[in-house]
Design a protein around this ligand. Structure first.
Ligand code: ATP
Length: 503
């Protein structure tokens, strides 16, 4: 699995999808830049989401609110007081750790031991080995599992109680520090706020302290009245937004899975009080179906219903995806009650109410939100699509089998040779198709090499112009996934490509 992940990271860099930010200055931790192909893929994912959420729902509208917001907003939302992660410093190594990540690491070590035990048994028993049976009866494996569960449940409890002394005791007990960092050198566990602070204004004494927004949702809440009045939507209706969010994550790793600057695609659905759980269930289904439509495999998704709820929620679930490092949160669906709008009423002194003509009463709407990390979705799609294939003739190819609608380049137009008028003919096709699709023209290298390069960036079609093309106005169309080739008239290209890449 680690190898798969390394391959994902290096492929993303080698083919212009994702670069470490500021790389010539040795990079900046947990910040990444999207390259020429990454930017296209990311834009396509955004469009795909926007279309499904805004364009196809007559009662959802989209906005684009500013990253800088009035500082009191983060008081009202609870982020100033409660947006913390427990942090633990190691005196010796001067490194900082997040308590839950230390525990996760430790659990991974136990899991590793368990897997080795299972592997050994599989070798010992050969064909007669039955994993489920072995796991159910082997005392060592059962012990590993019980230990892991006990650790996790104790941590969950002490985090819930915000009992930092308990968290610390648990960490020490785990002797996590032993192997790499030297044990028993922890200082206190303390709460660490994840928001980035900055200043608005030039002079030091009059400058206002601001935060870079840690979520896009608040930009929607504070615009609720503006949008409701100007769009004249009745409840239920939704407001969607795609935008950057910033979190000073203590342990930022796993590539673009957990970054300090990232993008969210959120939708807040405003509903009458008492109906929120019904809409919550509905949105859970709708969002899962949206993910499934990408075709990355049903088994790669699962729900994780939260038992421990955030201060603003009365129900919450994650859609988890099977990343190269296991199932992890991809999207959150939360029933946020009227917590945010009521808090903004209180802190701003403005009424944020809806007059319901059917109920004939005023109330603060309830909110169901769907929130997906754009970068995480990018990683899910990218890692799932990256495949090494052994072909019939024994040779190998790397192919990025992206959903065609999301592919950065839809078609590559390739003159077989750089002479005899073939480039000119290919250029005409390029100039014709470029108004409808992102296409590229490539004439360097052998045709085989050019095909491989397009496979590696996920281009669904290659269009090859040869000498026959000049006579009969046909070209060879090569399909990325099957590598099949067929001869088609130039006049048919637009229709064929469009059929496959349209969402
Ligand atoms: P996690 O538990 O993984 O830190 P979260 O529960 O804090 O995530 P939310 O606040 O619910 O996340 O944010 C909604 C979505 O935003 C998440 O489902 C995830 O896809 C994305 N997201 C959150 N934090 C990050 C991050 N640091 N980098 C990239 N994406 C993120």
């Amino acid at each position: 699995q680690e190898d798969v992940f390394k391959k994902v990271v290096s492929h993303a860099k080698e083919y212009g999808f994702i670069f470490p930010s500021s790389e010539i200055y040795d990079g900046l931790s947990a910040i990444y830049d999207y390259g020429q192909n990454g930017a296209e893929l990311k834009n396509n994912i955004k469009q795909y989401w926007w279309k499904a959420m805004v364009q196809l729902n007559e009662n959802i509208v989209g906005i684009d609110s500013a990253i800088f917001m009035h500082p009191t907003i983060w008081k009202a939302s609870g982020h100033v007081d409660a947006f913390n992660d427990p942090l633990i410093d190691n005196k010796d190594s001067k490194k900082r750790f997040r308590a839950d990540v230390l525990v996760e690491d430790y659990c991974a070590k136990i899991e590793d031991k368990e897997n080795k035990e299972i592997e050994k048994a599989a070798k010992r028993f050969g064909d007669a080995f039955n994993k489920a049976e072995f796991v159910a009866t082997n005392p060592r494996v059962l012990e590993y599992r019980a230990k892991r569960e006990a650790i996790l449940s104790r941590l969950a409890k002490s985090l819930e109680k915000e009992d930092l002394a308990d968290v610390k005791a648990l960490i020490e007990e785990l002797e996590i520090a032993d192997p790499d960092t030297g044990s028993k050198n922890w200082t206190e566990v303390r709460q660490f706020n994840l928001m980035f602070g900055t200043k608005l204004g030039a002079s030091a004494d009059s400058a206002t302290d601001l935060y870079l927004r840690p979520e896009t949702a608040q930009g929607i809440f504070v615009n609720y009245l503006n949008v409701q009045k100007t769009s004249r939507h009745k409840l239920p209706f939704g407001i969607a937004q795609i935008g950057k969010a910033f979190r000073n994550e203590i342990v930022a790793r796993q590539f673009i899975f957990r970054m300090r600057e990232f993008e969210q695609m959120e939708m807040q659905y405003f509903v009458p009080p008492g109906t929120e759980l019904e809409f919550y269930e509905q949105w859970k289904k709708t969002r899962l179906n949206w993910h499934l439509a990408l075709g990355l495999g049903e088994d790669n998704y699962r729900f994780h219903d939260h038992e421990k709820l955030a201060h603003y929620a009365n129900a919450a679930a994650d859609i988890e995806f099977n990343f190269p490092f296991g199932f992890k949160e991809l999207e959150g669906i939360h029933s946020r009650t009227d917590f945010d709008l009521s808090a903004h009423e209180k802190f701003s002194g403005r009424k944020i109410q809806y007059f319901d003509p059917e109920r004939n009463e005023n109330y603060v709407p309830y909110v169901v939100e769907t929130s997906v990390g754009l970068d995480r979705l990018f990683l899910a799609i990218f890692s799932n699509s990256l495949k090494d294939e052994v072909l019939e003739d024994g040779s190998e190819r790397t192919v990025l089998s992206l959903p065609p609608a999301l592919a950065p380049v839809k078609a590559a137009i390739l003159p077989l040779v750089k002479k005899d008028g073939l480039p000119e003919f290919a250029d005409k096709i390029f100039n014709d198709l470029k108004f409808d699709f992102n296409v590229i023209f490539e004439e360097k290298d052998s045709i085989g090499k050019r095909y491989r390069r397009q496979d590696a960036i996920g281009t669904p079609f290659c269009i090859t112009v040869d000498h026959d093309s000049l006579n009969d106005n046909t070209v060879t169309l090569r399909y990325r996934d099957t590598m099949e080739q067929e001869r088609v008239p130039v006049s048919e290209l637009r229709r064929i490509i469009d059929e496959k890449v349209n969402f």
